[in-house]
Write a protein that binds this ligand. Structure first.
Ligand code: ZN
Length: 117
């Protein structure tokens, strides 16, 4: 289950911001997960929970924002959102396309609790 190592990466990123300037604790962590990043959100949530349950990040909510797969055609410029990973332009059917989104995994926001507990 590679989601555990992804969860660990997220935790490492969050830990870089700890402690916050005024010592506040982390409340939520938001991540963008591409629908074709090969990461299962449920498995990622589970891995995150397991890895944090004995740490200062215990109880932190991981909010997963799924990013659809988008390609851009280098031939005609058309942008297409794909339901399946068939990498052809929907307009001119060119295969000369680039992936714009949908394969990423990134931490977008770390929210801290307002008051120190
Ligand atoms: Zn095209």
């Amino acid at each position: 289950m590679h989601e555990v190592s992804i969860a660990q990466e997220i935790i490492d990123i969050v830990n870089e911001y700890l402690p916050s300037e005024n010592g506040n604790t982390v409340k939520t962590v938001k991540v963008d997960i591409g629908e074709f990043s090969n990461i299962l959100p449920e498995a990622l949530s589970f891995g995150f929970e397991v890895l944090t349950c004995n740490s200062e990040l215990k109880g932190v909510e991981l909010i997963i924002n799924k990013i659809p797969l988008m390609i851009g055609c280098k031939n005609c410029g058309k942008r297409t959102q794909l339901e399946e990973p068939f990498f052809f332009c929907s307009k001119c059917e060119s295969a000369d396309v680039e992936i714009l989104s949908g394969i990423e995994m990134k931490v977008t926001e770390i929210e801290f609790n307002d008051e120190k507990e």
